[in-house]
Design a protein. Structure first.
Length: 250
């Protein structure tokens, strides 16, 4: 039966991932994502149901719009696939518990921020303010120990980023700071520090790689939000293992 649950969460994840793509692309532009049908951003052709199947449609259309032939960004199928994997990982990590609900909410937020920050270099307040009360309620239902951990975690995330913004004069943005404040509620103190550490590690490694491949220059504005998202998901699924491994070293 396990395999059925994993498949269910994976498929559910790809469908939600497809929706998060739309949310992430439309919300920063002030467009509606609930009333409008899905359409090709190039030729405005409305998409039919068989053009909306996560991952599969992309593969069958060989990555091109059936209306105008324009190449569809690899971002869409990649994020559909990742959301599927992260939904399945949520089930693996938390089983059918209330923590699973919190995990799925965190994955949703993380994926939408990857889309907005990657596409527009923007972490919209609208998205953070939508998720904030939901995550607070989810944390009250599944409290951390001690009870003040989420409050201190949120303040630490916010304060740490504020300090970096002041010192680095714009290395990170206000959006990153607010994103960390929201994640602090989820991870609490001290785990938010691990999210912070991993996000800078991912950012440093990838940026050195991109610089070496000459994909970016030192002056390029590289969005930091995706690194924060991947760091948050790493800690969500493997935080305990990482901390135990670290403690075994000292
Ligand atoms: Zn088109």
């Amino acid at each position: 039966m396990e395999i059925a649950y994993y498949s269910l969460f994976f498929i559910l994840g790809t469908i939600f991932g497809s929706f998060f793509n739309v949310v992430g692309l439309r919300v920063p532009k002030g467009k509606s994502f609930t009333t409008d049908r899905s359409y090709c951003p190039n030729c405005q052709k409305q998409l039919t149901w068989y053009e909306l199947i996560p991952i599969l449609s992309y593969l069958f259309q060989a990555g091109k719009c059936r209306g105008c032939g324009k190449t569809i960004g690899k971002l869409y199928p990649t994020l559909e696939l990742l959301t599927g994997l992260f939904f399945a990982l949520s089930y693996w990590r938390f089983d059918l518990t209330m923590e699973l609900v919190l995990s799925l909410i965190v994955v949703s937020l993380a994926i939408i921020i990857i889309v907005t920050d990657y596409t527009y270099t923007l972490i919209p307040n609208k998205i953070l303010l939508f998720f904030l009360p939901i995550l607070i309620i989810a944390r009250i239902v599944t409290p951390l120990n001690p009870w003040w951990s989420p409050i201190v975690g949120s303040m630490t995330g916010f304060g740490l980023l504020l300090l970096i913004i002041i010192v680095s004069k714009g290395g990170m943005g206000a959006g990153d700071m607010k994103y960390f404040a929201v994640l602090g509620i989820v991870f609490g103190f001290p785990n938010i520090l691990l999210v912070f550490f991993l996000s800078t590690l991912y950012g440093a490694v990838i940026n050195i790689g991109l610089l070496a491949l000459k994909k970016v220059t030192r002056k390029s504005k590289v969005p930091f939000g995706p690194y924060i998202s991947f760091a948050a998901l790493t800690v969500l699924f493997f935080g305990e293992q990482i901390i135990n491994w670290y403690l075994s070293l000292i």
